[in-house]
Design a protein around this ligand. Structure first.
Ligand SMILES: Nc1ncnc2c1ncn2[C@@H]1O[C@H](COP(=O)(O)OP(=O)(O)OP(=O)(O)O)[C@@H](O)[C@H]1O
Ligand SMILES: [Mg+2]
Length: 488
């Protein structure tokens, strides 16, 4: 097998997301695709898997030029893509999701499908109850299901776009083993990521993109500085963290109990000083999400008290929380933070909260342009939120943050961001700390928790099992605690 991309071009308005990309990949290769936020990686992979149509260029597989007008065309040609959030239908069962998109539709032999599911699961050491609803599976298991579904549909080229966000270390190792097996059997695997260590660990070769073009390739492993320089055109060293002086109590949580359908977190107490950063660690669904939403005024506690700057907040609505100087940056940038279809200018108008009767569009546009400049957002005032890459969406959210906050709440503030953007984001966040804002953030990234927190609150299935001083913690210890193991 021999896969060739020839001169792929894709423009979005004036943005050249792919500006003439050519590359070849041979059977059995595990190819990494690296690049800064907005480099054009997802665009290229979507064009290859039929999710979008390139403006021009060819995809040639084993000498045959493919027509890729839809994902169905692509999978018929043997190309399948796993998206960052696997496209599964949550209320349906495992087996219903598995047969999705299979040729045959209603005449499909479900018995044969179930047998194929069992056989493929067995081969890779996965275990599925065919009748379980998919919503009961973890993100890692949904991914496993999606991989064997694509294999069953005949994928010979498997594309994974940032597959390791939101899965556990164990699931990642299992995923990597599966991908290595597939490549050893002669498949092509393309692995898109920002995480240099993962690409080094998994791939044989890497291709690097920057601003819509290919800027380099390397055999792996190679020195990481070499990859960083190709990605950013320069070396990137994370800025040193300046110590802020910790002030009076900014946030007091006393005996708070929170519950939703899935979880109860009982008797949480913590005092956070002005200018202090507290990281929330734990597996997804251990209670961090619930606590952040309660602090933001989006979830009402069952009992207990929450005070911000000495004012009792529990039971007050979201609006009152905003007025009290509490700001929340949620993980789902497009679901909860930004509005699809609205432009950057319109976002700033809404964030301003000062609604004049007439909108002065010229002023609004030039204000948006100034923010775009200040926050280095790659876009124009007329760009819509969904057209920005992940890193640029996060920059827009930060640019919209009002000044003088008492409490800043964040969920996975740098998920999906490259190291340069992540460093930039934290520099802006820590400026707030110096102004006396208390900061509480949840993250799945242990390095981020250790690097930026003053203290780390570790959750395990609804309980806080430890509050650590981040200066005396390390990754191994934190990993054990998150997994529910006691450490001395
Ligand atoms: N649907 C769209 N509409 C408008 N512009 C888009 C659209 N999709 C992508 N772009 C633009 O194309 C460029 C490349 O985006 P792409 O999503 O391919 O980058 P990426 O390398 O995958 O970035 P990230 O690492 O942040 O996921 C970006 O500037 C982005 O704003
Ligand atoms: Mg992408």
């Amino acid at each position: 097998m021999h896969l060739e991309l020839r001169e792929i071009h894709k423009h979005f308005g004036s943005v050249a997301a792919n500006d003439g990309i050519s590359m070849t990949i041979e059977a059995g290769e595990l190819r990494g695709l690296l690049g800064e936020n907005g480099a054009g990686k997802s665009t290229l992979m979507k064009a290859l898997s039929g999710f979008i149509e390139a403006d021009s260029g060819d995809v040639v597989l084993d000498g045959e030029t493919l027509t890729l007008a839809s994902p169905r065309d692509a999978i018929a040609a043997g190309i399948g893509m796993l998206h960052q959030d696997p496209l599964v239908f949550l209320p349906f069962s495992v087996i219903d999701n598995f047969v999705l998109g299979a040729p045959g539709g209603a005449t499909l032999d479900r018995g044969a499908a179930a047998a194929a599911l069992a056989e493929l699961s067995e081969r890779f050491g996965f275990s599925f109850d065919p009748d379980a609803p998919v919503r009961t599976l973890t993100v890692g298991e949904r991914q496993q299901l999606e991989i064997i579904r694509l294999l069953w549909l005949g994928a010979r080229v498997l594309i994974l776009d940032e597959p390791t966000t939101g899965i556990s270390a164990l699931q990642r190792d299992q995923l990597f083993d599966t991908l290595k097996t597939l490549a050893a059997e002669g498949m092509i695997v393309i692995f898109v990521s920002h995480k240099l260590e993962e690409v080094q660990q998994l791939c044989d070769r890497v291709t690097v993109m920057r601003r819509g073009r290919l800027v380099g390739a390397a055999e792996l492993p190679c020195p990481p500085e070499h990859l960083v320089e190709m990605m950013f055109g320069k070396a990137v060293t994370p800025s040193d963290r300046a110590d802020a002086s910790i002030g009076a109590e900014g946030l007091a949580i006393n005996g708070v109990t929170l519950s939703d359908r899935l979880l109860t977190t009982a008797n949480l107490s913590l005092s956070v000083a002005a200018g202090e950063v507290v990281g929330l660690a734990g597996l997804e669904g251990s209670g961090q999400r619930l606590l952040l939403r309660a602090l933001a005024g989006l979830h009402r506690p069952d009992s207990g008290s929450i005070e911000v700057g000495g004012t009792a907040m529990e039971g007050l609505g979201y609006r009152r929380h905003l007025d009290a100087g509490i700001h929340f940056l949620p993980a789902g940038r497009l679901e909860e933070g930004l509005v699809s279809g609205l432009t950057i200018t319109e976002h700033f108008l809404l964030a301003g909260r000062r609604m004049d009767f007439f909108i002065d569009w010229d002023t609004a546009r030039s204000r948006a342009a100034a923010f775009i400049d200040e926050f280095s957002i790659r876009g124009i005032p007329e760009s819509t939120a969904e057209g920005l890459s992940g890193g640029n969406q996060q920059r827009l959210l930060l640019a919209m943050m009002p000044p003088g906050l008492r409490l800043l709440l964040m969920e996975h503030p740098t998920r999906g961001l490259d190291i340069e953007s992540a460093d930039w984001v934290w520099t802006r966040i820590l400026e707030r700390r110096a102004e006396g804002t208390s900061i509480v953030f949840a993250s799945a990234d242990l390095d981020e928790l250790l690097r930026y927190s003053d203290r780390i609150m570790v959750f395990f299935s609804g309980r806080v099992i430890r509050v650590l001083d981040a200066r005396h913690a390390d990754g191994e210890m934190l990993g054990h605690l998150i997994g529910g193991r006691e450490v001395a």
